[in-house]
Ligand binder design. Structure first.
Ligand code: ATP
Ligand code: MG
Length: 559
């Protein structure tokens, strides 16, 4: 069990003192994804943080797409991100916002900087720009274009905008300090020429603002009071502050950085996840093995579990790696509380009850959850011919009762919610493989203890042969075989677990499970948590995705 102390959140402390001192009146945060991929678990931490901080302090949170890079962005990603934020259960303030809504304003501010001798059009190539920038230990050199007249820069910027200049020939740069120890302040690029249509503005623009030039000003335009981002932007803060000081912005956001969420056995980078999709290593962004929100949703992880996990994490000023077991704890904990129970036999073996009439059917009524009456009961038909798990039977009578709490030849076991039965004999095929167990039931043992001389070894699950529903089960293993697939010199692709998906056909589910809705969570008793996959093919068997096994898995007790 993981002890959950109240997590540290230094940003809440800052907000409290800002409200107390009157520095801000209303808290405004935002979640600012770039629509260049699907959201992953790391984003969930940022979403929870931004939305929850706003809500907890009576403020508001915007959803804003930082769509300044048309080559890598698409409206499909926008839609997927919106879906995922909604699925987590968050409501943003007002309309969805886009950096592209502010392109005209940002352009005006670029001209403003030129007019105030704080920006210039530079004609160094990108390689030269890099070389002139200097290094961490040496200062940079001024571009020969640094002091060109403002009017000339304004004219060139117009030509860049209208597509008259080729890509790579010119950039607009801020004129700050080529000797600054902070490389971000060495005349950063504000605009690049990109003759690429934008998914929202079409071909109107031939130049696009850099993320650095856009991000802070967007926050200022939206009145964001606390711009929360991850640690890698700490060194950019001085630049963002410079823009805010040097532009006539309507408000002054303050940036606070927190540590990214990293989870072992997972990769949380849209770029890398995109590679898995593009190289068809996985079956799309919503492959249930992906750490994307859509993948986890398809796998059966609930939004509640993700939020509970995120809220349990410290909001710290250092990066760290969280053990995947901690995430799994929250998944199980939530499903244990909310998932209905059902029985499904993964590897069926026939169990025939010889002292039960062949055409008799008893509709047993079994609760859907051991402790939640509100989830009701289901009807499970009991018949003479049943399926049980092949693994739940052994002929070896020497197996200890403590270790093998299942059916053994000549011994008793309870069928969950039904009778106590005894295995009397087995039937084999021509290869000697057991194809049937012949058993007898102890009358009067449904919901009642057997006579004192009968001690069932344990309880096993079962389904009626006649009434069972054929289904297919997808079982997943970790997508990466290494705990830190991104840490080494080698590509993370090297650590792909090629056996991360096992498709098991021919499983048999109790009839109630045929009514399961896409995404509905169940506990298959004694096996794990499952949900109906969202890609059901017509006329095919029902497909269930295994969300996660039970804590003390069945395979651990295998002999
Ligand atoms: P990726 O590397 O996966 O593309 P990103 O940071 O480039 O991530 P953005 O779309 O720019 O992705 O991120 C939107 C917000 O989510 C940003 O504020 C970013 O800091 C935050 N974020 C991204 N990844 C994580 C993470 N692993 N942990 C916490 N916050 C994250
Ligand atoms: Mg990014």
């Amino acid at each position: 069990m993981i002890e959950l102390n109240k997590p540290i959140n230094f940003i809440q402390s800052i907000i409290s003192s800002d409200l107390a001192s009157g520095r801000v009146v209303e808290i405004v945060t935002r979640f600012p994804p770039e629509p260049n991929g699907y959201l992953h678990l790391g984003h969930a931490k940022s979403i929870c943080l931004n939305f929850d901080l706003a809500a907890a302090n009576g403020g508001r949170c915007n959803l804003r797409f930082d769509d300044t890079n048309p080559e890598t962005e698409s409206p499909d990603y926008v839609d997927a991100i919106i879906r995922d934020v909604q699925w987590l259960g968050y409501e943003w303030f007002g309309d969805v916002r886009y950096a592209s809504d502010y392109f005209e304003q940002l352009f005006g501010w670029a001209q403003f900087l030129i007019r105030h001798e704080k920006a210039y059009v530079c004609e160094l190539t990108s390689a030269q720009t890099r070389e002139y920038r200097g290094t961490l230990t040496t200062g940079g050199r001024d571009s020969p274009y640094r002091y060109r007249p403002a009017l000339e820069s304004l004219e060139l910027l117009d030509q860049m905008r209208s597509g008259q200049i080729d890509e790579g020939k010119m950039t607009l740069r801020a004129r700050i300090d080529m000797q600054s120890p902070n490389i971000n302040l060495r005349d950063p690029v504000l605009y690049r020429i990109k003759k690429y249509p934008h998914h929202r503005t079409g071909r109107v623009w031939s130049i696009y603002p850099s993320y650095d030039f856009a991000h802070g000003q967007e926050d200022a335009l939206e009145g964001v009071t606390h711009s929360i981002c991850t640690l890698e932007f700490a060194a950019n803060r001085a630049l963002y502050d410079w823009f805010i000081e040097n532009l006539p912005v309507p408000s002054t956001p303050k940036q606070f950085e927190f540590g990214r969420l990293n989870v072992n056995y997972m990769v949380t980078s849209k770029r890398k996840l995109k590679k898995l999709v593009d190289d068809r290593i996985v079956d799309g962004w919503d492959d249930p093995r992906m750490p994307t929100l859509s993948g986890m949703r398809r796998r059966g992880v609930t939004a509640r579990a993700i939020k509970n996990f995120c809220k349990s994490l410290a909001v710290a000023k250092t990066d760290g790696v969280v053990d995947i077991a901690q995430f799994e704890h929250f998944i199980r904990d939530d499903l244990n509380q909310h998932a209905k129970r059902g029985m499904c036999v993964i590897e069926p073996l026939k169990l025939s009850i010889t002292n039960y009439s062949g055409d008799r059917v008893e509709n047993l009524v079994i609760p859907c959850h051991p402790s939640r009456d509100d989830l009701g009961c289901r009807v499970v038909p009991f018949t003479a011919s049943l399926w049980i798990e092949r693994n739940d039977f052994s002929e070896n009578q020497a197996f200890s009762r403590k270790k093998f709490k299942r059916l053994v030849l000549g011994d008793y076991v309870r069928l969950r919610g039904a009778y106590v039965v005894r295995a009397d004999s087995v039937v084999r095929d021509a290869n000697g493989m057991i194809v049937e167990i012949r058993a007898s039931l102890v009358p009067g043992t449904v919901g009642k203890s057997p006579p004192d001389n009968i001690k069932p070894r344990g309880v096993i699950h079962w389904v009626s042969e006649q009434y069972s529903v054929d289904c297919c089960v997808n079982q997943y293993d970790r997508l990466f075989s290494h705990p830190l697939p991104e840490s080494g010199a080698e590509s993370f692709i090297k650590f792909i677990n090629l056996n991360s998906l096992k498709v098991i056909t021919g499983c048999k589910a109790e009839p109630e499970l045929a009514k399961a809705q896409i995404g509905e969570n169940f506990q298959f008793e004694r096996i794990g948590y499952f949900c109906v996959d969202n890609r059901q093919k017509e006329d095919d068997d029902l497909v269930f995705n295994c969300t996660i096994g039970l804590r003390d898995t069945w395979s651990n007790t295998k002999q």
